[in-house]
Design a binder for this molecule. Structure first.
Ligand SMILES: *Cc1c(COP(=O)(O)O)cnc(C)c1O
Length: 499
């Protein structure tokens, strides 16, 4: 049998039709298309008047489901108009000054422009021969970030899809280091071998109750036991208690368990609280345990002209998660994992003859990554730093942290509200409507979103629902936030009156 027997007869390409693919012949069409899309989007941005329409799933779901994907429209313009109906008309606009809900930022212009570059060139930063200069641009940003953290001369790292992946990656390295340690000790002490899988159920990870849920998810993916993540109590400011950490590690030791990693959070998702990194690092070092710092949210402090000191102690970490797509104003995705000792990245290295053979003389980022084909997200941060500079980014983050303080003061002084947590070290504000129960909060928040007056998040603090502002827009002011709070109070009141 020949290969021709396996395939149907191909239809030869019609050279007179315009190419659907980006290349030399379509360069002019590409220019027109991007200019057209940019023009249409610019009109939208100029016209957006509220963060969201409050559309319900029942409004949008059926309309999307009704599209017959087997029957294309006449033109790109038609497809864009359809997407306008199905998506853009009811999109959630993170740049709007009254979007105050989740950890989403408005995006830096140079980064958005870079996004079009990396999509068009379509570089994949897995190997040198698919990225060339792209590999060095990513590597330089990794070195820059590691230097900002203070990780030392042997540091390294890699861009990832987000904090979830960075945390998984870090805990994988920690797991492998811990298992290696146990196996070595066992061989030395008993002269008999032990298998790595036998160690997994004994491994423990220590984190505060306010650490990100991706830590528990990672433990599950890494084959650790159900109770692998030990919750270390936190203080009144939602920060891990280092003495309690010490005691928890000690108690595990006594039970014959193995402390594999301590996860300190530098900016908890709900409270923006920063675990005391210096004292935690001392405890981790005293027990010889891997310290991972999850700075997905707080990483913006690395470039802060005013608040860098809040991260003191981070330099002692074995690994660090940073989400540039949170506090560096980057479009999703843009994140990285940094490690103190580049040798630890060997735990994810696998050589394939067709891709990155062991004898390769070129730098191949895939050797350090959980992903293979990987976006050149680094270009966005690069263009941001080269255009705006790091201090401008840090100053924007300082501004939202300061705004959170002023918002907290405003809420604390208004009898219609009560604060639900002390002032944040970063940019969240937790509060309640005075005298309102969980259901009133839920419905007031929904009514607010549906009205388009603003968007806030909700979470639980000590068992009760609290409303949450996550401020990441440096162009938002108290004068944008107060009307949203007024509207919430109004909605809360009408919910209560209707009851
Ligand atoms: C957002 C967040 C994560 C997860 O990051 P993604 O980029 O959403 O995957 C992890 N840790 C903390 C503290 C976060 O705030």
């Amino acid at each position: 049998m020949t290969s021709a027997d396996l395939r149907p007869t191909p239809v030869p390409p019609n050279r007179s039709e315009p190419s659907a693919l980006l290349g030399r012949d379509s360069a002019a069409a590409y220019r027109g298309l991007i200019a057209d899309v940019a023009g249409r989007l610019a009109e939208r941005f100029a016209a957006v008047e509220r963060p969201w329409t409050g559309a319900a799933p029942a409004d949008l779901g059926p309309a999307v489901a009704a599209v017959d994907l087997d029957r294309p429209l006449e033109s790109f313009e038609d497809a864009f108009d359809e997407v306008g109906e199905l998506y853009l008309n009811d999109a959630v606009w993170f740049h709007h000054p009254r979007y105050l809900a989740h950890l989403n930022c408005p995006v830096a212009l140079p980064a958005v422009a870079a996004e079009t570059v990396l999509a068009a060139v379509n570089t994949s930063v897995d190997t040198w021969d698919q990225s060339a200069g792209g590999t060095f641009i990513e590597q330089h940003l990794i070195e820059w970030t590691a230097a900002r953290i203070g990780l030392g001369a042997d540091a390294d790292g890699v861009f990832t899809s987000g904090g979830t992946q960075s945390n998984l990656h870090a805990l994988l390295l920690a797991r492998e280091e811990a298992v290696e340690g146990v196996l070595l000790k066992h061989r030395v002490e008993t002269g008999t071998p032990l298998r790595g899988v036998e160690v997994l159920p004994r491994l423990r990870i220590f984190a505060s109750p306010h650490s990100h849920f991706s830590v528990v998810k990672a433990a599950r993916l890494l084959g650790l036991g159900e109770d692998a993540v030990v919750t270390v109590p936190s203080d009144d400011w939602f920060r891990m208690n280092p003495a309690a950490l010490d005691a928890a590690i000690e108690s595990c030791r006594e039970q014959g368990l193995v402390a594999a990693a301590v996860v300190a959070t530098a900016g908890t998702t709900d409270f923006g609280s920063i675990d005391p990194l210096g004292p935690i690092a001392e405890v981790a070092a005293a027990h010889g345990v891997w310290l991972h710092v999850d700075a997905a949210y707080g990483c913006g402090l690395l470039v802060s002209p005013e608040n860098r000191g809040l991260l003191n102690g981070i330099e002692a970490a074995n690994s660090v998660t940073v989400d540039y797509h949170k506090s560096f104003f980057q479009p999703v995705s843009s994140s990285a994992l940094l490690v103190r000792d580049r040798a630890s990245l060997r735990h994810v290295t696998h050589h394939a003859d067709y891709l990155n053979p062991a004898e390769a003389a070129t730098p191949n980022q895939v050797d350090k990554s959980l992903q293979t084909t990987r976006r050149f997200d680094a270009l966005k941060l690069w263009m941001t730093l080269r255009t705006l500079g790091p201090e401008a980014v840090g100053a924007m983050f300082d501004r939202v942290c300061d705004l959170a303080d002023r918002t907290w003061d405003w809420i604390a002084s208004d009898p219609r509200f009560e604060v639900a947590a002390p002032p944040s070290q970063l940019s969240t504000v937790l509060f309640r409507l005075a005298g309102a129960d969980d259901d009133t909060h839920r419905r007031a928040r929904e009514a607010l979103a549906a009205s388009g007056e603003g968007m806030v998040a909700a979470t639980r603090v000590e068992g009760r629902i609290a409303l949450k502002l996550t401020l990441l827009n440096p162009e938002t002011g108290l004068s944008d936030i107060v009307p949203v709070l007024e509207a919430l109070a109004r909605h809360g009141k009408s919910v209560q009156e209707a009851a």
